[in-house]
Design a protein around this ligand. Structure first.
Ligand SMILES: Cc1cc2nc3c(=O)[nH]c(=O)nc-3n(C[C@H](O)[C@H](O)[C@H](O)COP(=O)(O)OP(=O)(O)OC[C@H]3O[C@@H](n4cnc5c(N)ncnc54)[C@H](O)[C@@H]3O)c2cc1C
Length: 1002
């Protein structure tokens, strides 16, 4: 069952429900051309099953593989593997049981794809009700063939189901003969199969036509003298069959059927009403058919005299006030028709329930073409482009309607459309939620916070997509826009985004075919971005920046709808395979939505102007430096000479606007997400699961990406095109990094933790493209972690020349032996024993380690210092709150002189260290990492011990509580203490500072 049908079962699913008007459309009469009439020489039509009457296993497999992340083509390769004696053919001849087949087939698939393949799930899908459904075009054709007195047969390579019955999801009554390989023990293309079928039909080969999708099967039939049709697409095959048979195989009005018993309407009353309305005296009877779909608002084809009409009515029974609003549909179509938008011409709204039982409206039946597949098979690239351009233009036309002139000002609420929509769909989702879907949770939080600031209000269609448009059969002209059920007043960009959904879905997608795996350039179809730009151009508006928000919202909405469908399928009639499938689709859609949220986060970087060190009179400090002398001047001088050297921005308020926004966002994120998560993260850290990544951190990482708070560390100098990160200067990042330092968990959440930052920078600078693809990209995406293994237990490792590990070349490999410890990423102890590393993995080349180490000793080295400032700030903030409320010896602690002195000391020490950090970062920005060696050594010498002292005082002020895990102070203290040698011992930095000082001043 397709999603459309699933959705029709509930009035909740307004968005995808009852594509009523499309079902009222047919082909342009001119499209039918009959060569001759009667059955000609043919007396029987023989159909293959999979690929002709039903979707082929190959097509089902393609869709399934995408959803299950199985390499594409695995199933098909396994199906043909082994030829006659492969598991598939053995299964078709019933030589092996389903169980044996699945086992052997699964093994084969796993061998082919080098991954485990859950073939059971493929088999369930292949045989599920949803997938194994006869193509309606074939049902129509079979009805017509039999009506002409010709015979029909199924000739299928088929198998037994575990229940002992053969897999035949067809109405047997449609066929005179059914021949199945599993019953006969032989398979096509063995001629015996065809002969058996002809024998049972009592026909000669020349009297028969055989349809199959596989070349070898057709070849064998043709060899016997049977006329053959190769089926690539059922519709085209039926056309070919029509030509051969010489009579039409399609209903005069496609997608219609005799009126269902429960849906009958009084013909006499309707005829009388129509006579009055149209002012006619017909001679013939009124013809009434029902469109296949549209149970929510039953829809009928009505023919009276030469008038072809469509009647759409409310269903009987008690209805929700806002649902089934046929009056609204009538109103909008009438108004838009008058405003020049192509819509079916509406004739009358009848609110008198006595005529056909409920209110209804009438419109003209409008023949034309509906393109259901967005890849537009069978058309030329130029035709495809024309179709997409026409669709784009008609959407612009809808969005350009003057509300006042069209009398539609009160057709919906003005403003806040998206805010209301987001809330509506959140509510709908919550009402049908069955389990927690992480992407949905993140979206529920993200969407309301990222609503576009400015929204226009126009008519919005609400379900605007290619298959809701009726095209002229010969030109790219939109004759009518259908399905106005969801129309209202709202933000037009929501329609544009929704119109692009198919671009992101694979071609074999179950709900609707998509385009994500198609070569759009070759097809001549605009990409989503091109399509969106085209819209802006046609509308005369500037390109919209937050396009990703609209896409995220559109997919979120679909995911919420699908969740409703899934919930109902649990209680309703749907098979478990169908339910499972819908559940997966919900997740799939929500993940797609979330991908757009992340893109929106990265968009923030792209928008940011590349920052140059700025000159500011407030909050800044310009730096003049001549070798050997240092002079810092609080400056208001903005002369070019000074500006080129840049300015030291020592408070976040002085940061450029965009960076300040990031800073603000980061602070908010810390408040909203990181601090509240600390108790849980601390629990994880001491639990048995601590060796596996915390799911909460993984979730927060996703959120950080979507906020554009990701990879902020990569300096502009290393990544000038902002290919990988935000392109901040070291000084700008220092302000942000300080904020991250306020929680020990934050760096990982923002993908800014050591030693990954240094390693990523190293790969950006020195890695080959292959190395970047293999190691840098997963690190940048937060999907991998890295380490830096230097320290060895047996030698004093603060002196790198002591290192004893060995590396030697052997057969194109480097072989490593050594013993390391304190390797961050778990601070593990690691033994390298005969570790063979392919030679191509070496970065830059042998003997160039020092060069790399120099590079690595760049910005990454002072990130810890930046964070230590933040950590100290938090410790001081905690102290201030604590000592105001805690009373000892009759007064709050804050009134004790020693406490005040400690606070003052901490404040001063933090400020001193911060200035030194900022200065080091600034010098790196303006004169380079190498020239900043002294500043880097100074801050590394100062920051860890400063933080240790500040935190130590904080612990003291807290009393024993300061050592407990109720507060982060003990953890902070351990961290700061470790950093007094983790980044090289204080003494080593001191020695470096002293050496440089002596050199400069000797
Ligand atoms: C939390 C943590 C994380 C770490 N992560 C990593 C990692 O990811 N990768 C890695 O390779 N290592 C890592 N280390 C190890 C760290 O880099 C080393 O501990 C550091 O380089 C010191 O080496 P060592 O322990 O061998 O001390 P030693 O070299 O034995 O030195 C001991 C002490 O001697 C003194 N000393 C040394 N040199 C001098 C000098 N020139 N003048 C005066 N006194 C001196 C200092 O007081 C020093 O603390 C980590 C350590 C910690 C605590």
């Amino acid at each position: 069952m397709c999603l459309r049908q699933l959705l029709q079962s509930s009035q909740l699913q307004r968005a995808w429900r009852a594509a009523f008007l499309k079902h009222v459309q047919g082909r342009h009469p001119g499209a039918w051309r009959w060569t001759h009439s009667g059955g000609g020489p043919y007396r029987a039509v023989i159909f293959d099953m999979g690929g002709v009457l039903l979707p082929s296993p190959g097509r089902v497999a393609a869709e399934w593989e995408v959803q299950n992340h199985i390499p594409s083509g695995t199933i098909v390769k396994a199906l043909i593997s082994g030829g006659e004696n492969g598991p598939w053919m053995k299964f078709m001849r019933a030589e092996i049981t389903t169980e044996d087949f699945l086992q052997e087939f699964g093994r084969l698939c796993s061998e082919i794809s080098k991954t485990s393949v859950p073939v059971d799930s493929f088999f369930s899908l292949l045989t599920s009700e949803r997938v194994a459904k006869q193509f309606p075009v074939m049902t129509e054709a079979i009805t017509q063939i039999r009506a002409k007195g010709l015979q029909t047969a199924v000739l299928s390579n088929n198998f037994y189901l575990p229940n002992g019955k053969s897999f035949l999801p067809l109405d047997r009554k449609q066929f005179d003969v059914v021949v199945e390989s599993c019953l006969e023990g032989v398979c096509k293309p063995d001629p015996r199969m065809y002969k058996l079928c002809l024998e049972r039909l009592g026909r000669q080969p020349s009297e028969s036509i055989f349809l199959d999708d596989l070349g070898p099967n057709l070849k064998a039939a043709a060899g016997l003298g049977i006329h053959t049709i190769k089926v690539d697409d059922p519709e085209t095959a039926v056309k070919e069959l029509e030509t051969l048979l010489g009579f039409p195989l399609r209903m005069a009005v496609p997608n219609t059927r005799p009126v269902r018993k429960t849906m009958e309407i009084p013909k006499d009353a309707l005829e009388k009403y129509l006579k009055d309305l149209l002012g006619i005296q017909p001679t013939g009877p009124l013809e009434l058919l029902q469109f296949d779909h549209g149970q929510s608002n039953p829809t009928y084809y009505v023919k009276l005299a030469n008038h072809q009409l469509v009647l759409r009515k409310k269903p009987p029974g008690t209805l929700l006030p806002s649902a089934h609003a046929v009056e609204r549909e009538f109103r909008i179509m009438k108004a838009l028709g008058n405003a020049g938008v192509p819509v079916p011409k509406v004739l009358d709204l009848c609110e008198d329930s006595s005529v056909v039982g409920t209110p209804f409206y009438l419109m003209e039946y409008c023949p034309g073409l509906i393109y259901k597949d967005p890849s537009l098979p069978g058309l030329e690239p130029s035709q495809r482009r024309a179709i997409y351009t026409a669709m784009n233009r008609v959407l612009c036309k809808i969005h350009s309607v003057d509300l006042k002139a069209a009398g539609l000002e009160d057709y919906g609420k003005h403003g806040d459309y998206l805010a209301r929509q987001v809330q509506t769909w959140i509510k709908q989702y919550r009402a049908s939620e069955t389990s927690t879907i992480p992407a949905m949770e993140r979206l529920i939080e993200w969407l309301p916070l990222h609503l576009p600031r400015q929204q226009r209000t126009t008519v919005v269609h609400g379900d605007f997509r290619l298959d809701n448009l009726l095209f002229h059969p010969e030109t790219a002209e939109v004759l009518a826009v259908l399905d106005w059920e969801l129309s209202t007043l709202g933000d037009p960009l929501a329609d544009v985004a929704y119109n692009c959904l198919a671009h992101y879905l694979p071609s074999g997608f179950p709900i609707q075919p998509g385009l994500s795996d198609c070569d759009l350039t070759e097809l001549g179809i605009p990409t989503a971005e091109d399509y969106f730009r085209m819209y802006c151009l046609h509308m005369g508006i500037p390109p919209i920046e937050n396009w990703n928000f609209y896409m995220a919202f559109s997919f979120f909405r679909i995911a919420a709808i699908l969740q409703g469908v899934y919930k109902r399928s649990l209680t309703g009639q749907a098979s478990s395979a169908t339910a499972k499938q819908t559940e997966k689709l919900t997740e799939f859609m929500s993940n797609l939505a979330w991908d757009f949220a992340i893109k929106e986060g990265f968009q923030i970087f792209k928008e940011m102007p590349a920052t140059k060190p700025l000159m500011r009179s407030h909050h800044t400090w310009s730096l003049l430096r001549t070798p050997g002398t240092r002079s810092y001047v609080t400056s208001t001088d903005s002369s070019p000479a000074h500006a080129s050297k840049g300015a030291l921005i020592f408070s976040p308020e002085g940061l450029p606007h965009r960076v300040r926004e990031l800073y603000q966002k980061l602070k908010e994120f810390m408040e909203r997400h990181v601090y509240p998560a600390e108790p849980e993260l601390q629990r994880h850290q001491v639990s048995a699961e601590r060796w596996t990544p915390s799911p909460l951190v993984e979730d927060l990482k996703e959120k950080a990406k979507a906020e554009g708070l990701w990879n902020l560390f990569l300096p502009l100098e290393t990544d000038p095109k902002k290919k990988y990160g935000a392109g901040l200067t070291n000084m700008e990042y220092a302000h942000l990094c300080e904020v991250m330092g306020t929680s020990p968990y934050a760096p990982e959440i923002f993908n800014c933790s050591a030693p990954d930052t240094g390693n990523m920078e190293l790969l950006v600078r020195y890695g080959t493209e292959e190395q970047k693809a293999r190691w840098l990209i997963p690190l940048l995406e937060g999907k991998a972690r890295s380490c830096f293994a230097m320290t060895e237990p047996q030698v004093a490792s603060s002196d790198a020349t002591n290192i004893e590990s060995s590396i030697r070349e052997e057969d194109g490999f480097y072989v490593i032996n050594g013993h390391k410890w304190w390797i961050t990423g778990g601070h593990g102890e690691v033994l390298f024993e005969q570790v063979r590393v392919p030679k191509e993995n070496i970065i830059l080349g042998p003997g160039r380690g020092f060069e790399i180490a120099q590079g690595r000793l760049g910005p990454g080295r002072i990130h810890h210092c930046m964070r230590l400032i933040g950590c100290s700030e938090r410790a001081l903030a905690l102290v201030k709150a604590r000592v105001k409320s805690r009373v000892a010896f009759g007064k709050p602690l804050v009134e004790q002189g020693t406490v005040l002195a400690d606070i003052a000391l901490s404040r001063v020490e933090i400020e001193q260290a911060r200035l030194l950090v900022l200065k080091a970062a600034h010098v790196m920005d303006v004169v380079g990492n190498k020239a900043a060696a002294l500043d880097i050594a100074m801050i590394k010498m100062v920051a860890p011990s400063m933080a240790s002292r500040v935190i130590d005082r904080a612990i003291q002020a807290f009393g024993a509580a300061g050592l407990s895990s109720n507060y982060p102070l003990a953890q902070f203290f351990a961290g700061a203490r470790a950093l007094r040698f983790a980044d090289g011992p204080d003494e080593v930095h001191r020695a470096a500072v002293a050496k440089m000082e002596l050199k400069h001043h000797s």
